[in-house]
Write a protein that binds this ligand. Structure first.
Ligand code: IMP
Ligand code: MG
Length: 327
């Protein structure tokens, strides 16, 4: 039994969807498991030349792999069924491929209504916080209680321990910078976005093979804290990088990469493979900068900056990517 993990090392939107899509295409998995979050997530995936945006549904469905929304997730039935419809319209049928853990929790209409206003931290308004709050308050609703979800329900114990040959790709949502415990509280999401979150879904630590950390060569953050320095270059970066939210359409605040944050988050999650995306965006911008040890460093070329990052993160295999279809 083996498991690989894909998780975000910044504030979400690192292009994890691309990495999961790539791995499911080139490696052999029996299952893809979404281990945290709800329909606050927005994964942009390019499949057979078409652009898809998924929220709940794991990327395994694109390759006919059993895809499970795990017990660490919260699900809005309304948004899930809309998503299933949209995938079908794009030629991707999820029937027989999509499953939901019986003990995952539900985002109710009440949760959605409660969050349908501006919040202090600028949430995605998808009822995520209220659903997790009620789960921990023991007043929540499990997926097993909802009739419309019955056809999709799965028992994780039987699924993972009934067979000795499971090979699971664990797909994270959001990023470790938004983690409920290790992010910049209260500007965080309500779930466990890191490696620890995987084990809460019934995956054994003994099965872990690779932990793929995903980052961008610059940072973006969506939410109400002040994040972007007041400089025109970041508006250009936002436009070149198409940094507008996949779920809410909000402009993402931009900044140069913090190598300190990247190193911390990679260490906390035992990352051994790292994909750094969107080099093409900085190339078009023509500036190569990052923060390290409280200083803003500027590099004369892309190669110099990549060499610097590789030198600091020398225990990790790094893949620098400049292509939205592949790594
Ligand atoms: P919530 O997860 O909707 O409660 O929002 C909490 C914070 O996490 C806000 O700053 C959101 O913008 C941010 N957030 C939640 N999901 C994502 C995501 O998938 N990508 C980027 N930011 C997200
Ligand atoms: Mg996203």
């Amino acid at each position: 039994m083996q498991a690989d993990v894909v998780l975000g090392l910044q504030y979400g939107d690192e292009a994890k969807g691309k990495v999961t899509h790539y791995l499911t295409k080139y490696k052999h998995y029996t299952h893809v498991l979404r281990f945290n979050g709800g329909c606050n997530a927005g994964h942009t995936i390019y499949h057979k030349g078409r652009k898809f945006i998924t929220h709940h549904i794991p990327a395994g469905v694109f390759h006919g792999i059993k895809s499970i929304i795990g017990p660490g997730c919260v699900i809005s039935p309304k948004h899930l069924f809309e998503e299933i419809e949209r995938l079908k319209e794009g030629g991707v049928d999820v029937e027989g491929k999509l499953f939901i853990a019986e003990n995952a929790h539900v985002i109710t209409e009440g949760h959605l209504a409660e969050e349908n206003k501006e919040t202090k931290i600028g949430t995605t308004k998808r009822g995520n916080g209220p659903a997790y709050r009620d789960k921990y308050n023991r007043t929540g609703v499990r997926a097993s209680e909802i009739s419309a979800l019955k056809p999709y329900l799965i028992n994780i114990y039987e699924e993972f321990f009934g067979d000795t040959s499971v090979q699971i790709l664990c797909e994270g949502a959001q990023g470790f910078g938004l983690d409920i415990d290790w992010g910049d509280y209260p500007f965080v999401t309500s779930s466990h976005c890191g490696l620890g979150g995987v084990f809460l879904n019934g995956v054994s630590p003994h099965w872990i093979r690779d932990v793929w950390g995903v980052a961008k060569i610059y940072e973006t953050y969506v939410g109400s804290k002040s994040f972007e320095p007041d400089q025109a270059v970041f508006q250009s970066l936002r436009d070149v990088g198409e940094e507008y939210g996949a779920t809410t359409g909000r402009p993402r605040q931009c900044n140069w990469m913090s190598l300190d944050l990247l190193q911390r988050n990679a260490r906390f999650n035992s990352v051994n493979k790292l994909v750094i995306n969107k080099l093409d965006v900085l190339r078009e911008l023509g500036q190569w900068k990052l923060y390290h040890k409280h200083e803003l460093l500027e590099f004369g070329s892309e190669t110099k900056m990549c060499e610097y990052i590789s030198g600091v993160l020398d225990n990790i295999e790094i893949f620098f990517s400049d292509d939205k279809n592949s790594i």
